[in-house]
Design a protein around this ligand. Sequence first.
Ligand SMILES: [Zn+2]
Length: 90
Amino acid sequence: MNNDQIRDAKALLPMARSMLDGKPTTSASDGAPQQFALAMANAELLSPGWCLCPARADVDTAILEQAYFARLDGGHGWLCTRCRKITQTG
Ligand SMILES: [Zn+2]
């Protein structure tokens, strides 16, 4: 994301929040301002701590859904859409 793209993403954040309606989306990424706005909205839904959902150990069922999140300070990673806690930072 360059500065122009980040500016565009910030402008889209209110719309992204309303699209999510309190539920993290797996459509977020850092590929374009629209997806980055969703990633910032995902970050607002994070719960403190690390995901300990049992499905993480069961790779065959792969029940766990992960959603990308990003903050304007540069922090980013993945959260569990079930418990909303962090599964991985990047
Ligand atoms: Zn979880």
